[in-house]
Write a protein that binds this ligand. Structure first.
Ligand code: PGA
Length: 268
C-alpha cells in the first residue's frame, strides 16, 4: 500500500491576518491541481478564519497548532476540538516540542520558571489526541529527542516512550489514520537537519513501535513526517526515504516560494 505524503506548514507565532492571506494567495497557484500529496497550513488561531476563506476551492487543508481536550467549560484561553472543526480545521498539531518546553535554539532569558509555562507532557498529548480524534480531527502528533538525549544514546528510548504514552489506548484504526511527526528538537529552527539515513531510521523505528503496539496494518498506514529545518534543498532527499511520508515545516513554510518547492518535492 502506498501512503500519500503530507506536507504541513507550521506557521508558529507568525503572520498577521493580512500576511496570512497574502501567503495563501501566493501558495495557491503553485499547488493547484497537485495530486499525490496532501498540503496543510497551520496558522495561529487568530488567522484561522481568514485562511479558511482564502483556501476555499483549493486543495489546501487547514490545521491548528494545538487543542484542548475538553469540549467546553471554564478553561480560560483554551480551544476545544469542536471549535477547531467549526473553524474549518481538518488537522491539529499536538505535542510540538516547543509546547513541551523543549527548544532547539537555547533562549537565555527562558529561565526554569518560565520554561515550566510550557507544560505539555505525553499524558496531555494523549488526552488531546483522543479528544481530537473524537471530534473528527486528524492529529499530527510530534515526537523527538533533544541534543542531550541524542548524545546520551537515548534517542530511540525517548521517542518510543513518547509514541507509546502519547498514543496509549487508541485503536489500530485511529493510529493508522493519523500522522506522527518526527522532529529532532536540535534540528528545529537551527538550520541543522538530521542526516537523511538517520531520519529514515528513526521514522522506521517509530513505525516498528506502532507495529508492536497497534499491529501491521496501522504501521503500514500511519504517515510519519520528518520535521526540523526542512528546506527546498533537502526536502526531495528526505521525502524519498521509505519511512518518511512528507514533512512538518516551520521557517520554510512562511514564504510561498519555498513552501511550494517543498510540497512539490513530495511528489514521486
Ligand atoms: P523548522 O521548524 O522547519 O523551522 O525547523 C519545524 C517545526 O518546528 O515544526
Amino acid at each position: 500500500m502506498k501512503r500519500i505524503p503530507i506536507v504541513a506548514g507550521n506557521w508558529k507565532m507568525h503572520k498577521t491576518i493580512a500576511e496570512a492571506r497574502a501567503l495563501v494567495d501566493g501558495l495557491k497557484p503553485g499547488v493547484a491541481g497537485l495530486t499525490g500529496v496532501e498540503v496543510v497550513v497551520c496558522p495561529p488561531y487568530t488567522a484561522l478564519a481568514a485562511v479558511r476563506e482564502a483556501i476555499e476551492g483549493s486543495a489546501i487543508a487547514l490545521g491548528a497548532q494545538d487543542v484542548f481536550w475538553k469540549e467546553k467549560g471554564a478553561y480560560t484561553s483554551q480551544v476545544a476540538p469542536s471549535m477547531l472543526v467549526d473553524a474549518g480545521c481538518r488537522y491539529v498539531i499536538i505535542g510540538h516540542s516547543e509546547n513541551r518546553g523543549r527548544f532547539g535554539v537555547p533562549e537565555p532569558e527562558m529561565t526554569e520558571a518560565l520554561l515550566r509555562w510550557f507544560g505539555e507532557t505525553d499524558e496531555s498529548v494523549n488526552v488531546k489526541t483522543k479528544a481530537a480524534l473524537a471530534a473528527g480531527l486528524i492529529p499530527i502528533v510530534c515526537v523527538g529527542e533533544t541534543l542531550d538525549e541524542r548524545r546520551a544514546g537515548k534517542t530511540d528510548e525517548v521517542i518510543a516512550g513518547q509514541v507509546e504514552r502519547g498514543l496509549a489506548g487508541l485503536t489500530a484504526e485511529q493510529v493508522g489514520g493519523m500522522v506522527i511527526a518526527y522532529e529532532p528538537v536540535w534540528a528545529i529552527g537551527t538550520g541543522e537537519t538530521c542526516d537523511t539515513p538517520e531520519a529514515n531510521r528513526v521514522c522506521g523505528m517509530i513505525r516498528s513501535v506502532v507495529e508492536r503496539v497497534f499491529g501491521a496494518d496501522a504501521a503500514q498506514a500511519v504517515r510519519i513526517q520528518y520535521g526540523g529545518s526542512v528546506k527546498p534543498g533537502n526536502a526531495k532527499e528526505l521525502f524519498s526515504q521509505e519511512h518518511i511520508d512528507g514533512g512538518l515545516v516551520g521557517g520554510a513554510a512562511l514564504e510561498a516560494e519555498s513552501f511550494t518547492q517543498i510540497v512539490r518535492a513530495a511528489l514521486s
